[in-house]
Design a protein. Sequence first.
Length: 224
Amino acid sequence: MTQIQHRPDHHLKTAVTDELAWTPSVNAEAIAVSVDGGAATLAGHVGTYPEKEAALRAATRVHGVTTTVDRILVRHGHAIPADVDLAREAMAVFDRRTVLVPKNSVQVDVRDQVITLRGSVDWNHEREAARRAVAALPGVSGVRNLITLRPAPGATAAETKAQILAALARHAPGSAQDVEVAVDDGQVTLTGAVPTPAERRSAEQTAWFAPGVTAVDNQVQLTG
């Protein structure tokens, strides 16, 4: 049985702070870090929403961080666009077809510079592409991605599970045997334990690649 060990919170705080400073797209001096029971809280302010996302990703990369709590505010250093103008810009992104998202599949709503995306697509990478496209717009303070995934017809739970397990074995044969997969009506639950955050993220990304997957609950823990 794999033993799960936890790093002390003060070690994690130092590691997260160092990782923020190591990330070129983040102004680490404006972000305060606290850690409680493996949960890292980031508080402070940044200049853009992509910088905020980069800071949160940096924290999740640190070995031993179990979850990340977002307390970061976006303070724009330029004129803040009106919601109606921001909504127009967001829709223009999809109308120009520069984003790999099916036409007319996404609706946009903006309130207080927070963009809400609704609609339905076939794949998670399409949903993520839509989020990334509007997150990069000047003046955005947040993105709520409510786009849903359409179930793929024909794939059984057993077939989807087998596909995911086979892909895990191809990508990381050493740790794939430590990840367990359960599938229920398109929803995948991952459990078990792996040595690194990168392997944990890789397992989740692999599950998203399976046709018909509409949700992934990554409960994989970290060892070491």
